[in-house]
Design a protein around this ligand. Sequence first.
Ligand SMILES: Nc1ncnc2c1ncn2[C@@H]1O[C@H](COP(=O)(O)OP(=O)(O)OP(=O)(O)O)[C@@H](O)[C@H]1O
Length: 257
Amino acid sequence: MRSWSRQPVTSQQPAVADDGVIVAAAGVRKTYDTGQVKVDALNGVDLTLQRGEMVAVMGPSGCGKTTLLNCLSGLDEIDAGQVHIEGVSLADLSDRQRTRYRAERMGFVFQFYNLMPVLSAVENVELALLLAGVSPRDARSRALDALGLVGLADRAKHVPDELSGGERQRVTIARALVNDPAIVWADEPTGDLDSESAEEITSLMRRLNEERGLTFLIVTHDIAVGRRADRIVRMLDGQVVDEQRMEASRVRTSHVA
Ligand SMILES: Nc1ncnc2c1ncn2[C@@H]1O[C@H](COP(=O)(O)OP(=O)(O)OP(=O)(O)O)[C@@H](O)[C@H]1O
């Protein structure tokens, strides 16, 4: 397998900008064109995230939250505007460079886990590392460390079917963390969970944010998640219409492990 390069992804730009801004988006537009209908999902979004922030994106169904997450993370291409992550303009990267950048610098958590059903928890967590050329021994050790961080060291050998919803989501968080990313994008991470598990997952993300300085952008309908964030960004009809700082949210969180 090829080795994993740590060089900047473009020659013109640094891989890491040090002004405290991790995400800078300006005038972002996205239109879905199905052939018959055009949907303006994002209508000029400006958004800045500071390194180490935990931001919740909220708003009614269909207002563009998931589209925003996909466009900011480079999963989807934008039609106008600019997105810089750590000073890197995603538009200046080839598909291959963008994929590599995502793998090296970003983690993802989705509502329905996206775990491989035939793989155990530790195998799910180490998979991306193995694909990136990390040796099996290192990958296993890092995956076990990540499972330890989310309090699941004793479930490493379990397949997803043998885990609760909250435990599965902790595996996806371990998977998102294992490459030591700069930012984690989470789309409805508590959407499939009962309220107790949702609270555990929210506390876990908060703890990882506070203890490891990990930046989170979380798309959510769950106001309990919003209350634990540093900031709630509210969207309507493809635009950011309001931002609310949650001053009291940075309190010590209980450990899940
Ligand atoms: N692949 C697609 N093709 C066409 N239209 C799409 C596509 N994805 C999203 N849309 C439309 O774009 C708009 C924004 O969708 P998006 O999923 O971003 O909203 P959302 O705020 O995340 O909604 P929800 O809270 O229900 O998940 C919606 O009108 C949706 O129907």
